[in-house]
Design a protein around this ligand. Structure first.
Ligand code: OOG
Length: 259
């Protein structure tokens, strides 16, 4: 039986010192359930530091991402207050190991969702939708990992930027959320292109996936939670001194500067 807390502490130290570490599974066999337990122990370490949980994220919801990383199952992770960066704001990437950035769709839950209650309707609980950017930063050497390693590492979560929220009902009525052109650009030059359909065929389907996975892995979904639906394109390396923008058709755009 692996020492769950010791593994979480090792990953936490890798974050705090911006140092890549070998994959946990190089040394210790861990099951997927144990990997989620390591993730939860890491969440607790950050909460004890006063870093509140503000939502959840999915990973590997797109073919492009799954192919890029060689891992295909959808995974769930947790995002914290300290990871939030304002739209158009600036973030210091020199404190990260080897950051990457990817364009996403974000949702906002207006009421509590009970993941294990069949009658708790996550679609009905969703009040807003926004374009988003996610910064990921694997704590493992060479950004290489097994499914268990990346789950233990809180799905490489490192930062997120939310664009302007639109009311979910109006957005669903007025635009096809499953057919948004997605363009990721760096200093005005296109770096990746895709479609919101690349996220599970329709990013709205991410909501049901979040509820199912939250139930499986004991993650709660209180009112006010942000849900990141997963990347629409492969992630691109994120250096210092650039402006990154994601445009998601008529859903709008979101940008961040790095230092
Ligand atoms: C894992 C996180 C993947 C996504 O949107 O697919 C992810 C990684 O690639 O490091 O967030």
């Amino acid at each position: 039986m692996p020492d769950i807390h010791a593994l979480a502490a090792r990953l936490d130290e890798a974050v705090r010192t911006a140092t890549a570490i070998p994959q946990l599974t190089d040394e210790t066999a861990i099951s997927l359930d144990e990997a989620y337990a390591v993730q939860a122990a890491g969440v607790e370490i950050r909460e004890q530091r006063g870093d509140a949980v503000v939502g959840v994220k999915l990973g590997f919801t797109s073919q492009a991402k799954a192919e890029q990383m060689g891992v295909s199952d959808v995974i769930i992770g947790v995002i914290h207050q300290s990871m939030a960066v304002d739209d158009g704001g600036s973030t210091d990437v020199t404190a990260l190991v080897h950051p990457r950035i990817e364009p996403e769709v974000a949702f906002l839950l207006g009421v509590d969702v009970d993941p294990s209650d069949d009658d708790s309707d996550i679609l009905a609980a969703t009040t807003h939708v926004a374009p988003a950017l996610e910064i990921i930063d694997s704590r493992y050497r060479d950004f290489t990992f097994s499914l268990e390693d990346v789950v233990a590492d809180n799905t490489s979560a490192a930062g997120f930027v939310l664009g302007p929220w639109q009311p979910f009902d109006q957005a669903r009525a007025g635009l096809d959320l499953a057919a948004l052109d997605v363009v990721l650009s760096v200093d005005g030059t296109e770096a990746a292109r895709g479609s919101s359909a690349d996220i599970l065929g329709d990013p709205v389907l991410a909501l049901a996936a979040v509820k199912r996975m939250a139930a499986q892995h004991g993650i709660s979904l209180p009112a006010g939670s942000v849900v990141l639906a997963g990347a629409a394109t492969a992630a691109i390396p994120l250096g210092a001194g650039v402006e990154v923008r994601a445009e998601l058709g008529s859903l709008g755009s979101v940008s961040v500067h790095t230092e």
